[in-house]
Design a binder for this molecule. Sequence first.
Ligand SMILES: C[S@@+](CC[C@H](N)C(=O)[O-])C[C@H]1O[C@@H](n2cnc3c(N)ncnc32)[C@H](O)[C@@H]1O
Length: 853
Amino acid sequence: MELALQSYTFAVEFDSSVPEYYVDRAALCHKMGKHTEAFKDLMSVPAEQRTPEVYKLAGKILTSLGSYTMAEQWYKEALKTMPNDEETLQLFQITRTKRLYQPINTSKWPVRVKFMEDTGKGIYTEKKIEPGEVLFRDTPVVSAQTIESARSSPACSLCSRSMLTKEFYFGKIWDTLTTTQRDIVAKHWPVVKAMTCAHCERECYCSEVCRDVAWRQHHQFLCPARNPAATELYDFCDRGRNIVEGMWNSVFSPMMLARVWASILSVVKFATMEEMLDEPSEESWQMARMPFQRFVASGTSGYAKTVPDMVALMARIFSAADDTLTLDVTEEEFETCYYKVACNAQSYSSTLYASLIHATFVGRVRDAPDDAAALAFALRDLEPPDDQVFGGLFQIQSCLNHSCAKNADVVDCQFTPNVAGVEVKALRWIEVGHEVTTVYVDTALPRRVRRAWLLRAYNFLCECERCRFEGDDGSRCCQCGARTIPPARSWKACGQCRQAWYCTPRCQKMHWKAGHKNVCVNTQQQEAPPQQEAPAWTAMASDVPTLNEDGDLAPSGGGGGEDLRESIASNIMGPPRALYEIRPPENDGVVITEINDDEKQEASPAAPPPGGDDGQEVAPTAAVAPPGDVAVEEMPSSAKADDTPEQDSVPAEASVVPDGSLATAVTTQPAAPAEKAEDATIPEATAAPEAAAGKPEEAAVPETAAAAAAPEKKAEGTAPEVTAVAAAEKPEATVPETVAATAAAAAAVEQPEATVPETVAAAAAAVEQPEATVPDTAAAAAAAPAAVEKPEATVPETAAAAAAAPAPAAVEDQEGATVSETAAAAAAAVEKPEEAPAPESSPPPPTPDEPAA
Ligand SMILES: C[S@@+](CC[C@H](N)C(=O)[O-])C[C@H]1O[C@@H](n2cnc3c(N)ncnc32)[C@H](O)[C@@H]1O
């Protein structure tokens, strides 16, 4: 090879105007591992003479240099002229995967970030975890107080500790207090020293340290005194409109987006100064963007068009951010950043809460009876303050995937007085290698609504254990998939959770064993419904599940795929929103939980179905069963009004004919043998109210003697099985290329040492188009039948592109292309739940003790 290199060098020196000589030498150098020389050679080819092959080779070289972002740019250039070139598409995907899934350092913690094909990055345990154990802690890369909270609860803009001053708390009342009363308040109010930015009044800090750090990190570009365009942004936030055209939510404000760009600029500015350059280098841009590149962004493009004023405002702010530096906030740039934040923002607080300040004050006043008497009137109508709430982007925490049966909680955590963040704690035992999950949605909601929510907001169809072992409504048997005839009828619901329906006791039993027992909870033990609590998220949730005219994902339940698909195309117009919800502190005053904490149910396993009563309870959602209907006749006739188990009676079985419809023929089977204790805990199925009233003998599955026994505790840590099943169910065929890409991703994830990029200075200097942002179009996302990652909006979707997509979860990175589990794919998965392979968590075949199946 050395000889060949000499020949090429001779050729180049002989006639330096022939681009092919450079290209050939670059290819050889690349082969020989001389990547920097190779790239220099390519840069000698004038831009107008660069062929797609040159761009492709440049992509390969830059990938070898670990400069993935730039490599992607060059592949994109190549794809502009040869959009169907499979090799380039493949290389593009691999590079992107490498960039997105480079290892995240969790070496201090008993967890590891791993990449799974169906769920993307996730957090997995490295050892068996105890309930309550801290899995990891994390601090935000960027954060901002939510608009809502900023108005009601002042806090240090950087470290998020509460800055609730007495004047703020007393508000208008303050002016009505006598001097004596004010003195008393001042005596007992904890010291809260707040200071503003040295240049503007718009930011509040707890200390000079926070003020200085904030200045360097972002405020230098956003201070209205320095950048007048930013005034409008502050005004916007001050007006307290946390919902802009129904889009902004209470978890993050546009200020967070502005801080993302500002912090990128600040790194670039610093690097440029350090390197004593006149202009920022491409490398410094890349380095500055790096912390944000790993965050996935789910969403379809078009959002920027719904908030054009905000896009224009951000563009104005960053076009004048600094004398020498500008950042072009295009629609694409805006959307990418928006979706990253929407998909990953986690709300959190400093544990130095407003309520803590208030409680301290109240406690001190109480301890001084004279002072209490003097203030009694003034304090009469004052409510305790709201706590401050921030939204933040966290590197590790953002890798937590969702499960409706979460096994971990995200709680507030204070690292130092000036650094707050979150810690993730196990809610129960988690086996080694199992996934750590949290919830993104109110898990008290029915399955259909939860899934619609998640699909809309996060672009994935939840296949967690709960979703797999609950149904949508009574028209479809959760075990065998048999549908009622007519569809308005309802099968009997699980008497305990009422979230699963069965055509026969046998199906109920099978489903129980297969996994329903792990997720079955008594809905009455769940928390009050969201409407009653009216936390911030209900306002958001209420406008989400309108998926079709009936407000359903599918008519008559059963997860009809077409309807879901259509509704997604027609109704899922809005962008994702983060649903993490902060709750008022409980007990120790530092608890932050997500929207709904089903840990309470987990902590206190659902009570057994109460005697005969439970069997008589009816599912609130059960439909009316017309008397004399075929399905009613097929239900067990053995259940007596007093629910005495009738051991030798025979529940008639509904059978399903191959086309999935319910056969009217009723078969008789031998009586089931005595059940094992495990089986005996199955809550009896309950029928629709009218059916129960009209036909008491059909109201319940015969209750067994052991039915009062407590149901088994939930199985723990089943996530890997869930993952496996979800993968197995995926409608898209997984082609070898995908496997290869995934393997590459996994390898990248698992090899921390592979992360250190070589120097890319030469490459950086030469790159022409650093940041072309090209998100998917909404139409493409809706229409794409398979997961497709498109390096350019202009690159047609091809089978090859679909095959090459390494990650089904929607992943839109800074540069825009999207790996998406499309609506169609999701819909297909919903459409055929009855055809799903048996869950891996299914129990072994029945033992002789168990009832015959
Ligand atoms: C906060 S991120 C979680 C980490 C993410 N998996 C990643 O690769 O960065 C949220 C995104 O993860 C994916 N996700 C989370 N939970 C999931 C689940 N249960 N099934 C499939 N995808 C999931 C979705 O794409 C969602 O938009």
